[in-house]
Design a protein around this ligand. Structure first.
Ligand code: ZN
Length: 299
């Protein structure tokens, strides 16, 4: 819904650079290791990548109960996913693709009232750009299609604002929802006839029509429908403002209210909506921001 899909691109995924750094530490002599910062535990997903389209992982320190934290998205405050235990709570903050690199902050409600600000820095990341020339007149939607798109956007507003009890534990390690070649086109900036369109905000997985699509994490179905850009789509609530969106399906096997375990079938790959061929578009939303699904996958 948030942006028109693209066909899968041939690039391979490159990620987990931070873990490679951690592995490098193991080659150091013991004396050097003692002075070096400890690597992040390997079992932590998602990867922290405080860049536009990425995720900041911020420590909130110890507290008896789960703290309530908010981040700023657009003009509004949105609740954040907070995970951990009484020893240490962590906020996972989805950073918009449109975020300007530089200082940012979240606010945490104090037990006695009042707010504490926690600062972090959004690092720059330059995504690839794709320039396409198409016949004039094919880029703009008709008045009828624009009206449909606006209706769908209004319908999805409360769906995307879903915020329920978080899943009980880290790691939030996701299963790839369909087998197939994964594109690294998240964040791709597209220009049609020199005019910028929304960047690509998910992962495309190349697979034949009919290939089963599985839940990447436990979740509740919060919406199904046939949408103008995204075709047949299932929205999943993974808790705490972490949502999944699976698009262009040829079949939907679930309905709103259904609970799915990781790996349970929810539909099948297809080519519905505005697409050039069958593939799965998988979007991951955190605090109402589309973030890179690759951050939730093992290398
Ligand atoms: Zn896509």
């Amino acid at each position: 819904m948030l942006s028109p899909p693209t066909a899968p691109s041939p690039d391979c995924l490159t990620r987990r650079a931070t873990l490679l750094g951690a592995v490098g530490l193991l080659a150091l002599p013991v004396s050097a290791l003692a002075a070096a910062p400890l690597p992040q535990p390997v079992e932590v997903w998602p990867d922290a990548a405080p860049v536009p389209g990425g995720i900041a992982r911020l420590s909130l320190g110890p507290a008896a109960a789960r703290p309530v934290a908010h981040g700023r998205v657009g003009d509004g405050d949105v609740p954040l996913l907070v995970l951990g235990d009484a020893m240490e709570w962590k906020a996972l903050v989805g950073i918009p693709l449109a975020a300007v690199p530089g200082p940012a902050s979240i606010s945490v409600q104090l037990e006695g009232g009042g707010l504490r600000q926690i600062a972090y820095t959004v690092a720059p990341k330059r995504y690839r750009e794709q320039r396409l020339k198409v016949a004039p007149g094919t880029v703009d939607l008709s008045a009828e299609d624009t009206a449909r798109y606006e209706r769908e956007r209004a319908h999805l507003e409360p769906v995307m604002a879903t915020f329920s009890e978080p899943l009980p534990q880290l790691p939030l390690r996701m299963r790839v929802p369909a087998p197939g070649r994964r594109s690294s086109s998240f964040g791709l900036r597209r220009m049609f006839n020199g005019r910028p369109r929304n960047p690509h905000s998910g992962m495309d997985i190349a697979a034949a029509t009919g290939t089963p699509v599985l839940a990447p994490l436990p979740g509740r179905v919060i919406d199904t429908g046939d949408y103008f850009f995204n075709g047949n789509t299932v929205w999943l609530d993974h808790g705490g403002g972490l949502l999944g969106m699976l698009c262009h399906l040829s079949a939907i096997d679930v309905k709103p209210g259904d609970w799915l375990k990781t790996g349970e079938r929810l539909g099948a790959v297809g080519a519905t909506g505005r697409v050039t061929g069958p593939h799965l578009h998988w979007g991951v939303m955190l605090n109402r921001v589309m973030v890179d699904p690759a951050l939730f996958l093992a290398a």
